[in-house]
Design a protein around this ligand. Structure first.
Ligand SMILES: [Zn+2]
Length: 291
């Protein structure tokens, strides 16, 4: 990757990481949830006491109470849009003592050799940072990138890096930063492609067919429509895929077909507005105008 995707992390101590490749080999652990939340009824957020598995430091991680989630809609690549407090902003836990960071569901699953790598390559550079009580999209991007950097350093599985890249892409979508959204969608796709062939399912809760659909949809979003059609076709024709995921694949296949028809027709057929929500339409038109 030529662009320095970690430029936001320079003020945290990581100022010489320009040519880091996200994907190399894959190895790692299965995911697991941990720790019951402490109750607090006054705020949508609560603090969870976490013990860092790398340095044994105890710290408070912020989390959103599930009763405060207000889901507006789901984008076709599974990004959920929320109306009020955004749980994605609190998805990464960071140990301020050593700089270890990971998606919260991965945080406690780290192997001994990986702990050593964090101590050798992250802790010695880490400056520490005090975050405000409430996080915003820019803080979320910084924290996701810190998690991604840790995953690269500890040689985590491709799926972990891919999911982190996908979430970074979603944060840039919130900011309507198309260029960076596409950059991280492409990196997410690279990782999910690798995970599809080399890792066991489920991958972050996705079975094989959901992963196939997502790979198709990421291809579609970055403009690789022919590849997207192959993945969607494989979902649609599978005997084992659920009708729900087949329907999603059919919808996205139809969007490509309608677009291709309109491009070959001097009087374009209008797309069914029900198929593409307004937000995505804007994204698609910007994407395709770039060609
Ligand atoms: Zn630590």
């Amino acid at each position: 990757m030529s662009k320095n995707i970690f430029s936001e992390l320079e003020n945290l101590g990581f100022n010489n990481i320009k040519n880091l490749e996200i994907y190399k080999n894959s190895s790692g652990d299965k995911i697991m949830e941990s720790n019951e939340p402490k109750k607090n009824t006054l705020s949508p957020l609560y603090n969870k006491e976490i013990i860092c598995p790398v340095c044994n430091n105890t710290f408070q991680a912020k989390a959103v109470k599930s009763s405060f989630y207000r889901m507006l809609k789901k984008d076709s690549d599974f990004f959920i849009r929320y109306s009020s407090v955004n749980p994605y902003f609190y998805d990464v836990w960071v140990c301020n003592n050593c700089g270890y960071a990971a998606l919260k569901r991965d945080f406690e699953k780290i192997r001994d050799f990986q702990k050593s790598l964090v101590k050798e390559k992250i802790q010695c550079l880490w400056h520490g940072k005090s975050y405000p009580d409430v996080y915003n999209v820019d803080i979320a991007i910084e924290r996701y990138k810190l998690a991604l950097l840790n995953y690269i350093i500890i040689d985590a599985k491709s799926s972990k890096k891919a999911m982190t890249c996908l979430k970074i892409a979603w944060m840039y979508r919130l900011k309507e930063n198309i260029e960076n959204e596409l950059l991280f969608l492409k990196e997410a796709l690279n990782g999910f492609n690798d995970a599809y062939y080399n890792e066991d399912f489920p991958i972050y809760g996705m079975n094989k067919f959901t992963t196939m659909y997502l790979i198709g949809e990421l291809n579609r979003r970055i403009g690789k429509e022919d590849t997207a059609l192959i993945w969607f076709g494989n979902v649609i024709t599978s005997n084992l895929a659920s009708s729900k995921i087949k329907d999603l694949a059919r919808d996205q296949k139809d969007i490509i077909k309608e677009k291709q028809t309109s491009e070959n027709n001097p009087n374009p057929i209008k797309e069914n507005p029900d198929k593409i929500p307004t937000k995505k339409k804007g994204f698609l038109s910007k994407l395709f105008n770039r060609k």
